[in-house]
Structure formats: C-alpha cells, structure tokens
Design a binder for this molecule. Structure first.
Ligand SMILES: Cc1cc2nc3c(=O)[nH]c(=O)nc-3n(C[C@H](O)[C@H](O)[C@H](O)COP(=O)(O)OP(=O)(O)OC[C@H]3O[C@@H](n4cnc5c(N)ncnc54)[C@H](O)[C@@H]3O)c2cc1C
Ligand SMILES: *[C@@H]1O[C@H](CO)[C@@H](O)[C@H](O)[C@H]1NC(C)=O
Ligand SMILES: *[C@@H]1O[C@H](CO)[C@@H](O)[C@H](O)[C@H]1NC(C)=O
Length: 251
C-alpha cells in the first residue's frame, strides 16, 4: 500500500499543464457523478468558480489571511464531500484526469498548502468541513473523529461526557484534526501523555485506487507513516484514545 501512495504523490508532482480546459472540468465532474455511491449522489457538493458561493466556500477555511488575496492561486473546483464515496470519487477521477488534489480540514496549514499551490498546476480541493462527526465512547475510552472536526470540537465532545478524560493535542481550538493528527500534534498534555499520534489506535485512509482502508487492512507500516508523516497525501479519519487530564485551549 505504501507503494501505491507514493505512486500517487509522484503522479501528482509530474502533472504539468497550466490551465484546465472546460472539457477536462466537464469530464471530471461527469466522472465524479458516475463514481459516487448512488445512495449519496454528488449533487450539491461541487463548486466551480462561476458559482456565486464559490468565493465564500473557498474563504471559509483560509486561516492564513495572507492567502486571502485576489492574487492567491485559486482551485478550478471545490468538492465539499459529505460521504466517503465523494472522496473516493475525487481520488479516482483526479488520478484518471491527472489533476492535482488538495485536501483541506481545518485550513491552518502555515503555507496554505491545503488550498493553494505554488506551481501553475490546476488543482481542486476536497474540503472536509462537512465530515466532522465525533463519537466518544467513554466506556472504551476511545473516540472516532472525522478529519473535518476541529480540536476544540474534540475537546468539547469529550468534556460533555466526562470531566476526567481528555486527549493530548494542540492548543488552538480551530486547528483541524486532519492536518494535526497526521502530522504529530503537540500540546499541554505532551509531557505526561506524548503527542496526539501516540494515542491514535486506528485510522481510515483512502488509497490511490479509491479503496477505503483501516489499520488492519492498511498494515502497520502505512499506519505508522500516516500517524506523524504529515497529511499532504495521507489520512481521512482517526480514532484517538483518551487519557485523564485537563485541557487548555487558547489560540
Ligand atoms: C494558530 C495555529 C496554532 C497551532 N497550534 C499548534 C499546536 O499547539 N500544536 C501543534 O502540534 N500544531 C499546532 N499548529 C500546527 C497545526 O497542527 C498544523 O498546521 C496542522 O497541519 C493544521 O491542520 P489543519 O487540518 O487545520 O490544516 P489544513 O490546512 O487543512 O491541512 C494541513 C495539511 O494537512 C493536509 N491534510 C489536511 N487534512 C487532511 C486529510 N484529511 N487527509 C490528508 N491530508 C490532509 C493538507 O493537505 C495540508 O497539507 C498550529 C497552527 C496554527 C496556524
Ligand atoms: C452552486 O453550487 C452548489 C453545489 O453544487 C449548487 O447547489 C448551487 O445550485 C450552485 N449555485 C449556482 C448559482 O450555480
Ligand atoms: C477574505 O477576503 C474576502 C474578500 O476580500 C473578505 O470578504 C473576507 O472577509 C476575508 N476573510 C477574512 C476572514 O478576513
């Protein structure tokens, strides 16, 4: 599996066209429609620049205002995924049309790499903000958290269920789980409990062929890589395990 992920990365870096023609966009959108799970069609989830909501959707998770400029490179399309099959479709159709995919969760990337590119390559965004469910199981002392959730939401949902559980992660409540947990995650509980990734017990990932894998099916090597290796080409959802402690959240 690691090989196929690496293949994706290389493929993306070698895409060199400088503009996306309407026909490629049309073909891509058609492919998305065909690929999505028929029970969860992609209808209201695809935004192109001609759509009046496009600037708002794009700007909502631009967390570095340096990049909220007219001169900032813009995607040719944004998919606001609401179902796992939408992401699978984005991966498969993006690969098929040799288009650069950017994944955005909290949008706190310092260099804005979840929503812009420094090359001239056309790119599209898979925006995760609709996928932000948090299911806390206090008995098991675990939680399934979708990548579009923020750290503040994770802390809040845990605190709703327990006053002695927490999860070690960063101090800024609006940082996204997707970028944070895939990259490490340090915060106030670090000395006693380590990083976020030290407490992640399972994860889901969509591979280059659009296959949804969990820890068991991806294998320990890939699981190790995506819990700390950085999110750019990895990760979708994570399962943190709680520890006792308190949370400080300020930003
Ligand atoms: C104000 C501020 C405070 C911070 N505080 C801390 C802190 O206390 N501790 C700490 O450890 N870090 C901290 N950080 C760093 C932060 O953890 C990283 O910038 C993190 O990558 C942001 O994640 P995001 O989901 O918000 O960002 P995004 O911009 O959405 O994503 C960051 C990167 O991860 C990729 N990515 C995002 N989601 C996914 C996904 N689902 N699958 C695959 N790839 C994905 C993106 O493509 C991008 O490359 C802070 C950053 C800021 C701006
Ligand atoms: C904008 O895109 C959304 C999502 O696909 C769609 O529901 C909406 O009708 C579009 N609006 C316009 C004005 O094109
Ligand atoms: C980003 O820019 C747009 C357009 O100039 C503006 O309306 C919006 O308020 C800006 N976002 C923030 C968070 O300042």
């Amino acid at each position: 599996m690691q090989t196929s992920i690496l293949t994706l990365l290389l493929l993306l870096l070698s895409t060199q066209s400088s503009a996306t023609s309407a026909s490629i966009t049309d073909r891509f959108i058609q492919c998305l429609h065909n690929r999505a799970d028929p029970s969860f069609p992609i209808t209201g989830e695809v935004y192109t620049p001609g759509n009046s909501s496009f600037p708002t959707v794009l700007q909502n998770y631009i967390r570095n205002l340096r990049f909220n400029e007219t001169t900032t490179p813009k995607p040719f399309l944004i998919i606001t995924a609401e179902h796992v099959s939408h992401i699978q479709a984005a991966v498969v159709c993006g690969k098929q049309n040799r288009l650069l995919l950017k994944t955005r969760s909290g949008g706190h990337d310092y260099e804005g790499l979840s929503y812009l590119t420094n090359t001239n390559q056309p790119f599209f965004i898979v925006d995760m903000f609709n996928l932000r469910s948090i299911n806390v199981d206090i008995e098991q002392e675990t939680a399934w958290v979708q990548a579009g959730a923020t750290l503040g939401e994770v802390y809040y949902r845990i605190a709703e269920k327990s006053n002695k559980h927490g999860f070690p992660a960063g101090v800024c409540p609006t940082v996204g789980v997707g970028g944070h947990f895939s990259g490490g995650g340090y915060g106030n509980l670090m000395r006693k409990y380590g990083l976020s990734v030290d407490n992640i017990v399972d994860a889901q990932i969509i591979d280059v062929n659009g296959k949804l894998l969990d820890r068991k099916s991806m294998g320990e090597d890939l699981f190790w890589a995506i819990t700390g290796g950085g999110g750019v080409s990895f990760g979708r959802g994570t399962k943190p395990q709680h520890h006792r402690g308190t949370m400080g959240t300020s930003c």
